[in-house]
Design a protein around this ligand. Structure first.
Ligand code: EPU
Length: 419
């Protein structure tokens, strides 16, 4: 198992080319199931989750080839058996994104329920309820969702809460349904918008893109497309947090600054100076950050996927801050590990109170989920002495070459093998 060995205390300077967004690329790859024609996807990040998604699509009979480092071509001419097996779904919950496209195009899908998750219960009841409203017959047998429908029918769906992959699954299903589907309380995350734009390029009829009310008029057939995945706003935000915590002067290229408003606002408040021009950003930090209160919320609010990294900044900030997590019920797993590095944090329900300390101290810590790992890496970069962040496979799920990008900024980070 790999770990990151970090010698903390270096300021960061240099440039990072941000990769394509994991959470846009995953639904976009699954959307290839909606057509029998080839689909070419550019700016695909090289991640463990992308490999899992390709294994899943491959197991369904989709032909998948890398044309170059970040370009994939996929063709779902036919599907052998519309089955997403537990082994793959349990390692990546986003596998549930094949459910909508499979039942819409092939009239049938058998998809494993994802099971437990480190950050919260994360049920998929809204995906199921939405498809049922569209006329799918759904049963749960032996841990699998069995969905059947000759042709889905357009209808009005109001989701109980804002759900990102729920909106994506239902939007993909509605593209091939008979009639008009309206999704109310839809997620407005930029990744949902990216998927919607790709679906439109494939011939889908969607209005209200970027709003909480999507109207989708079903079409008989969709076509192949060439599409480029949006830049990863969470990866970009993670590097901004790293420079806010460590100090320095960095430039990010291949970013979409508009998608990062809430994170940028918090980091400006923390004292980071940020400027954006076109698809690049520059960030400078000369002093210790100031503590900032934050509360996660669906887009355009502050992303829960930035919470752990911003908390790491608060750990070394001047002053006291409150961090409230409203999306997932158990997304504070990094707190105990940050405490092991000397952070002063107390948790009360879904709020953490952080009293900033001048320096963290290096320790061996364990990553528990993807964004928690990123928070611990930032902690290690600011700490006195050596930090070992263990179980870095979580990080590899969602960050493309993070240690290489940090090394290019002057950080002392090494990937080491732990036995
Ligand atoms: N929820 C339900 N029922 C549902 C669906 C969701 O109760 O049917 C609840 C969840 O338990 C959660 C809330 O609704 O409390 C929001 O969950 P959502 O469905 O929006 O999350 P998701 O679609 O499973 C995506 C990202 C996550 C990100 C969240 C929130 C992908 C592949 N994953 O998950 O990304 O944290 O939206 O923005 O897009 C990550 O990249 O590290 C990550 C976890």
């Amino acid at each position: 198992m790999d770990a990151f060995q970090i010698q903390g205390g270096h300021t960061l300077s240099g440039e990072v080319i941000v990769s394509g967004a994991k959470n846009a690329a995953l639904p976009i790859l699954c959307a290839c199931l909606l057509t029998d024609q080839p689909v070419t996807i550019k700016n695909v990040p090289r991640l463990r989750d992308i490999n899992t998604c390709l294994r899943l699509l491959g197991s369904l009979g989709v032909q998948c080839f890398w044309l170059s480092e970040n370009t994939l071509t996929l063709r779902a001419e036919q599907v052998a058996e519309p089955l997403a097996a537990y082994d793959l779904v349990k390692t990546m919950r986003a596998s549930v994104l094949v459910l909508g496209p499979l039942v819409a195009r092939f009239g049938e899908a058998v998809v494993s329920l994802p099971g437990g998750c480190a950050i919260g219960q994360r049920p998929v009841d809204q995906h199921i309820k939405g498809l049922q409203a569209m006329g799918a017959e759904i049963s749960i047998e032996k841990g699998y969702i069995h969905a059947k429908s000759k042709r889905l029918k357009g209808c009005r769906i109001v989701t109980d809460m804002v759900t990102v992959t729920g909106t994506e699954n239902l939007m993909m299903a509605a593209c091939l349904a008979d009639g008009v589907t309206v999704i109310e309380n839809a997620a407005r995350e930029p990744e949902v918008v990216d998927l919607a734009n790709m679906l439109v390029a494939m011939g889908a009829k969607i209005s209200g893109i970027g709003s909480d009310r999507l109207e989708i008029t079903g079409v008989e057939k969709m076509r192949g497309v060439e599409y480029s995945v949006m830049p990863d706003r969470i990866e970009a935000g993670t590097f901004l947090c790293a420079v806010a915590a460590c100090g320095g002067d960095i430039r990010l290229s291949n970013v979409d600054p508009k998608s990062m408003d809430a994170t940028v606002e918090k980091l400006l408040e923390a004292g980071l100076s940020i400027s954006a021009k076109g698809n690049s950003m520059a960030a400078k930090m000369k002093k210790r950050p100031k503590a900032v209160n934050l509360r996660t919320a669906p887009y355009p609010g502050l992303a829960t996927d930035m919470q752990a990294q911003l908390m790491a900044v608060n750990c070394v900030a001047e002053g006291t801050s409150m961090v409230t997590e409203t999306i997932f019920e158990n997304r504070f797993m990094h707190v105990q590990e940050l405490q092991r590095m000397g952070a002063n944090i107390t948790v009360e329900g879904n709020t953490a109170v952080i009293q900033g300390v001048a320096r963290l101290s290096g320790a061996t810590v364990m990553a528990t989920d993807l964004r928690a790992s990123a928070g611990l890496v930032i902690g290690g970069l600011t700490a006195d002495g050596q930090t070992l962040v263990d179980r870095i496979y979580h990080l590899d799920r969602g960050y493309d070459g993070m240690e290489l990008k940090l090394q290019a900024l002057g950080a002392d980070v090494k990937r080491v093998s732990q036995t």
